[in-house]
Design a binder for this molecule. Sequence first.
Ligand code: GLY
Length: 357
Amino acid sequence: MKNLIAALALTLMPAAALAEEAAPPPKWSLAIHGGAGTLDPKAMTPERRAAYEAALQQALDAGAKVLAEGGSAMDAVKAAIIPMEDSPLFNAGKGAVFTWEGTNELDASIMDGRDRSAGAVAGVKTVKNPILLADTVRTQSEHVFLMGAGAEAFAAEKGFAVTPPEYFATPARREALERLKAEKLSALDVDHKFGTVGAVALDQNGNMAAGTSTGGMTGKRWGRVGDAPVIGAGTYADNRACAVSATGWGEYFLRVGVAHEICARLRAANELKTVMADADDIDASVLTEEAQYIADAVMADVKGLGGDGGVILVTPEGHAIFSFNTTGMYRGRATSAGVREVAIFGGEEKASATPDH
Ligand code: GLY
């Protein structure tokens, strides 16, 4: 409650800032992530860094192309996530971490900010691109969330090919599970970063969407499900507020309801500013600093409980924002205003995604 009041108070403060001349907002905006965590620049070889940057760039370019050509935010989110699910570098699709039992169990969710329709799957083992299955749940079922064998039966009914489990398995992830067991380590010790992938987009029609896909955490047991497939925790989109995708220690993101919490605070800020703007004949748009403040405040709440990770979000004004309480987050953003960048460690961005907002 205190944070909500602080966020609302912030919206009351920048009356002077609101009077500033602002450049037209970007027509479209996109942000992606490939996981956050304890990343040490010294521990990363130039080759490995180049491989991650190239994979992030490929995902960013795929989503940006859809938006630049007038495609929908939903299509852009899927276009950006699929290459990351297909890359062994990220903990989603191929390259997913192993469960305690030595399987790869995949979770994904997607949400359309136009009507808040949503689809999610958890614990699927034979679907190459879980984000596409989540979207099929959204569009071709009367449900939001399907799990395990039931989700796979639904996939088969909808014509998804059965991908052999060996496709998802990579030696590095298997070695991480073996080390976790042999040395009695936690997932955090072996994963170092949460390689969940996600994308958020604002399209030229002002619609927003968010999607997230993950293998979860190494050594997960008993059907454990994290935040990524949970609407409101790992993913949320609402045209009135923002689109959010999260990466991090899922249990904490679930407890905070991170993605919905950020959108709810932004919506409250938006509504308050609209009332004020009507009264004073001023611009009601939410400023970059305000959206950043709200995302940072929610991530601080996660940190306060003991969790770490990060979020990406876009707003109706076209702000493309990152917030993470870890040393790094694999990330990228692109806008119609010419921003096109990928980054890994903290503070690497060259420019604000919306310099005048
Ligand atoms: N954030 C992904 C997970 O905890 O499963």
